[in-house]
Design a protein. Structure first.
Length: 317
């Protein structure tokens, strides 16, 4: 597995990471064997970057954190084998999908990390990220102060921001974060123009989410089951517009190979996280990356050119 240093953190991460939203949303805390198969397959085959969040998965009793609980139940005994990232900014007593005003308080962040550590069965995480709060929340500063205190306490080694667009640019300008997690794929390229220069200048770690664009390229089936169809539909519309401009030279038959190869062609990308609850899909992705995805440079440049031509109003998602 190709490895990369995560910015200037000193953490060495696999360039293919695993995002654990699907495990949280599609499994229950009883699905230990199924979750364990996916997570152990990842670790056994060179993936060492696990990304989750305290909000991934809501059980019938109203408790969040299914994804974190499954990590704790299945691979906490292998803690020294992986880099563990989670996210905070989730008031634990809110209704499903509610953007509760208490989510962004320093006290909530402290509560989040304590609950996360308990669920994950560890005494620290490697990376704690603010989960897509607004620009206004960032400017107030309270949640950032809360994160810094948690870092000083040793409950997390590093802190980051997970989000997009103006809020991500502002977060990077503050000089307090070690990493950025943001969307980047062949139909969602704004980060290349607006954020990559800032990341490179500060030598920050870059974690790319949605690198396969929810499998929207030449795909007719729904892959991700989460909050809504919004990402699927929007990504498919963008993909169809780009495809309509004509044939692409040396396009691989496998659209996942194309998407992953495109995202990882940017050397500034330290790790690209792909989510799945299917160990066979995971192994397929791992084998693609292990074998090396060498897309034709003309193909990569054409994908960039098509996005630049069509995507003036295509914000990060």
């Amino acid at each position: 597995m190709e490895m990369s240093y995560l910015g200037n953190t000193g953490l060495k991460v696999s360039r293919l990471g695993i995002g654990l939203a699907e495990i949280g949303y599609q499994l229950t805390t009883d699905n230990v064997l199924e979750a364990g198969k996916v997570l152990n397959t990842a670790l056994d085959n060179g993936i060492n970057f696990l990304d989750t969040a305290s909000c991934y998965g809501l059980s019938e009793d109203g408790a969040y954190g299914i994804s974190e609980k499954l990590i704790g139940k299945t691979v906490s005994g292998r803690r020294n084998e992986y880099i563990l990232a989670t996210k905070c900014g989730h008031y634990p007593y809110r209704k499903k999908l509610e953007d509760h005003p208490k989510s962004w308080l320093a006290s909530t962040v402290e509560l989040n990390i304590n609950q996360s550590l308990s669920r994950l069965k560890t005494d620290y995480v490697d990376l704690l990220q603010i989960h897509s709060c607004s620009l206004d929340v960032l400017k107030k500063g309270e949640i950032i102060e809360g994160l810094i205190k948690i870092k000083e306490s040793g409950k997390t080694r590093f802190i980051g921001y997970a989000g997009d667009n103006e809020a991500a640019a502002y977060a990077m300008s503050l000089g307090v974060f070690d990493t950025l997690q943001t969307s980047y794929n062949l139909v969602d390229q704004k980060a290349r123009l607006d954020l990559f220069p800032l990341i490179k200048k500060q030598n920050l770690g870059l974690i790319v989410k949605r690198p396969i664009a929810n499998a929207a390229w030449r795909s007719k089936k729904k892959i991700f089951v989460g909050f809504s169809d919004y990402f699927d539909d929007s990504y498919k519309e963008r993909a169809n517009e780009m495809i309509a401009l004509g044939p692409l030279s040396n396009e691989p038959d496998n659209s996942i190979e194309l998407a992953l190869g495109y995202a990882l062609s940017e050397k500034i990308v330290d790790t690209a996280i792909v989510g799945t609850k299917d160990d066979k899909h995971l192994l397929s992705n791992i084998n693609l990356v292990k074998d090396g995805i060498n897309l034709d440079k003309k193909l990569i440049n054409e994908l960039k050119s098509r996005f630049d031509k069509l995507g003036d109003n295509w914000i990060q998602m």
